[in-house]
Design a protein around this ligand. Structure first.
Ligand SMILES: [Ca+2]
Ligand SMILES: [Ca+2]
Length: 511
């Protein structure tokens, strides 16, 4: 009964936890004004929308090289606008690569009240910042062989970064992770929600996005209400390329406080609308004219991709091509399904292990749980019966059964023999009646005799010498009496023999 109650409590607790987790999961909204990602990361003019970069930083369509692998380079990129949300999550995909076994100096992620410098002393940006800095420190300044290192430092604008000790005197928390020269891009997910700062890190050893692990988690972190996001990097005597492939920001909102929809676009007046339509029509006409002009100037280009009749291969596919494409699509789908299956299998295995470990804890935590009443299918928890034990029990049962069978046959045999004897006795009573009668009377006589003897003995005990005098008959005959009796007997025998002799002598005389 106690085991059932414990189980019910356990299940209820898990359900409650799940509800709690689901209910407390924050609402997440992507913030494009605080993000950048390829393709078209940088515009043709080299600018990154909503961002400003400087120093030795270079932005391309695919990434932002915050500091290149040259000596003493410094660069940074900062959001133009300040944030307008309390809690956030930033996903930074980056690569730190260099030809050297050791690199320098490192990369920094910033969330600060004001924008920092583009060529400052702390990993390429300003010292004495107000807010958060997360540093990916490649170079081991204090020679403690503990770099590359990831750490978080919150500054109120008074502290100078302790380069001599690699910031170890100031950090909130950190973790030793190598992020240089990895086969796949490394990734950091920095979450600031309800004053808890969490940094997850992906080592770049796999291309599975889910392989993130916790680097640090700190509670009660207080950051400026609003601020700028930034990235900076620096090189020294040694140099790495510091490339950031994407920077994705999401605002986090507690359940029940979902953000209001973006303000509706200002209404366009009818006049403006007509003007815009006119502009669009003009643009369309101009484009057509330009196309016509191009065709006139390049007659050899005419009839190419634009014209399906000129090159059917570009526009149409043959049967075999279609078949190949279908096979390819089918295989891709199969591959996707397999991957999904594999993922689910992993999940199931994980859950099973968790459940087993919990059961193990339950088993060791208290008295061995009993089998649940009313659920005959359930196995005993904690100490399950094993196969060989079941086999042993079955063998024992078989032995017991065969022994019982042998016993039954034996008893039946005895019974039949007893029957036979009884029958034989029943027949024999008529024939041997005389002998049996004799025996019976003899036994009766013997019993009577014994009874008489008993009576005599009792009488002698009550009427004889007082108790304690001489209870044993042999000791009741004193030696003198015994001798007298012997002498009397001898005298009688002698007298009798003498009497007989004299009688014989007299008889001889008469003959
Ligand atoms: Ca360092
Ligand atoms: Ca160090």
């Amino acid at each position: 009964m106690a085991a059932e109650v414990r189980w019910l409590c356990f299940v209820a607790l898990i359900a409650f936890d799940i509800c709690l987790v689901l209910a407390s999961a924050p609402f997440k909204r992507f913030e494009y004004k605080y993000s950048f990602k390829p393709p078209y990361l940088a515009q043709k003019d080299g600018t990154v929308p909503f961002w400003e970069y400087g120093g030795n930083a270079i932005a391309s369509a695919e990434n932002v090289r915050i500091a290149p692998s040259l000596r003493s380079q410094k660069g940074a990129i900062w959001t133009k606008a300040k944030t307008n949300f309390d809690w956030w999550e930033v996903d930074v995909l980056f690569r730190v690569t260099g030809r050297g076994r050791i690199g320098a100096d490192g990369l920094a992620f910033w969330y600060t009240e004001t924008k920092g410098a583009y060529d400052g002393p702390v990993f390429g940006s300003s010292d004495k910042w107000v807010g958060l800095g997360i540093f990916f420190d490649s170079f081991d300044n204090d020679n403690k062989h503990n770099n590359p290192y990831i750490m978080a430092i919150v500054n109120d604008g008074t502290k100078e970064f302790d380069h001599q000790n690699d910031g170890t005197t100031q950090l909130l928390a950190g973790c030793l992770r190598d992020f240089r020269n990895k086969p796949f891009p490394t990734r950091a997910r920095i979450e600031y929600y309800m004053n808890t700062l969490t940094v997850l890190f992906h080592s770049g050893m796999t291309n599975n996005e889910q392989d993130m692990e916790v680097c640090l988690r700190v509670d009660n972190v207080v950051l400026p209400k609003t601020g700028h996001f930034g990235l900076s990097a620096a090189t020294g005597g040694l140099a790495d390329d510091h490339d950031v492939l994407h920077f994705l920001t999401s605002s986090l909102h507690p359940p029940g406080q979902a953000p209001t929809a973006a303000p509706a676009a200002p209404r366009v007046s009818e006049e403006e609308q007509r003007k815009l339509s006119q502009e669009y029509a003009d643009y369309q006409r101009k484009l057509d004219m330009q196309k016509e002009e191009y065709r006139r100037e390049h007659p050899e280009a005419a009839g190419r991709p634009q014209d399906p009749d000129a090159d059917p291969d570009v526009w149409f596919e043959s049967d075999s091509q279609r078949e190949l494409r279908q096979i390819f699509t089918g295989q891709s789908q199969m591959f996707e399904s397999l991957r999904e299956l594999s993922r689910k299998l992993d999940e199931v295995v994980g859950r099973q292990e968790r459940a087993l470990s919990l059961l193990g804890q339950l088993g060791t935590g208290g008295p061995a749980p009993q089998q649940l009443g009313g659920a005959p299918g359930q196995v005993q928890v904690g100490d399950t019966i094993r196969r060989h034990e079941v086999d042993a029990i079955l063998n024992n049962q078989n032995t017991i059964l065969s022994t019982a069978r042998e016993l039954r046959t034996f008893i039946m045999e005895v019974h039949s023999r007893a029957d036979a004897i009884l029958q034989a006795q029943g027949k024999g009573t008529g024939q041997g009646a005389g002998a049996a009668f004799d025996l019976h009377t003899l036994a009766g006589e013997l019993r009577d005799g014994l009874n008489a003897l008993k009576r005599d003995a009792a009488a002698q005990r009550t009427g004889g010498p007082p108790a304690g005098g001489c209870p044993d008959p042999p000791s009741c005959v004193p030696p003198t009496v015994f001798l007298i009796a012997v002498v009397v007997q001898l005298v009688i025998i002698l007298g009798y023999s003498m009497y007989r002799d004299s009688r014989e002598a007299q008889a001889k005389k008469f003959y």
